[in-house]
Design a binder for this molecule. Structure first.
Ligand code: GS8
Length: 217
């Protein structure tokens, strides 16, 4: 049975999974969820994800939510197909991938999420962005990026000289962040800039980015 992904092409968490599906060259069906009509808060969707959020993946009788858990599942199940995103043949490399997966979710995401949310999402809801929240998080993100700059001076990608799920997890939010007035946080750090240009130009992500029209007029 084909994989079914419930979500929308402009959602950051959906695109995280879409990018992984494309890296693996997997067939899947994207089932749109009408967020504006509140479909994700209705019982049929809540039966798939009780937190009422996209994305959700269905693989036969298995239903998964949480985009990072979904990509980890796909990368593990299809480890022999497409790019080996978890470096499963090398214990040390696999451990480093896990380290940088944690860094993305625990250090990078909390800061970049706030900036993207304030800049793109709130105005869409007719609310005003809070510049103080943006400023605090720009500072936090800058400190995280200083660590990345040093790391990427020694390795091509975050976990080593290979592309992995850890890099992939950065794509969605950074893509939208680069459309804010603060893209210089990335561009002013040469190693981070080179890494960003490298990972965002992969064919799998370029395909996904075509649907990432959030914030476009
Ligand atoms: C977050 C899901 C999420 O925020 C994950 O899957 O990684 N930690 C979870 N989903 C958002 C769309 S993200 O583009 C969502 O469903 N928002 C609607 C809502 O919360 O009502």
């Amino acid at each position: 049975m084909a994989l079914k992904l419930h979500g929308i092409p402009m959602s950051t968490c959906t695109t995280r999974v879409l990018t992984c599906l494309h890296e693996k060259g997997l067939d899947f069906e994207l089932v749109p969820v009408n967020l504006f009509a509140g479909e994700h808060k209705q019982p049929p969707f809540l039966a798939k994800n009780p937190f009422g959020q996209i994305p959700v993946l269905e693989d036969g009788d298995l239903t998964l939510f949480e985009s990072r858990a979904i990509t980890a599942y796909l990368a593990e199940k299809y480890k022999e197909t497409g790019c080996d995103l978890l470096r499963h043949n090398d214990l040390k490399e696999a451990a480093l991938v896990k380290v940088w997966l944690e860094v993305e979710s625990q250090q990078y995401h909390p800061a970049i999420y706030q900036i993207v949310y304030q800049f793109f999402v709130l105005p869409l809801q007719g609310k005003t962005a809070d510049q103080a929240i943006i400023d605090v998080n720009l500072e936090k993100l800058g400190k995280v990026l200083d660590v990345y700059e040093a790391r990427l001076g020694t390795t091509k990608c975050l976990a080593g000289d290979f592309y992995s799920l850890a890099d992939l997890h950065h794509l969605s939010y950074t893509y939208y962040f680069m459309k804010t007035p603060w893209a210089s946080l990335i561009n002013s750090r040469p190693n981070v800039k080179a890494w960003w240009e490298d990972i965002s130009s992969r064919p799998a992500f370029k395909k996904v980015a075509e649907g990432m029209t959030f914030g476009e007029k």
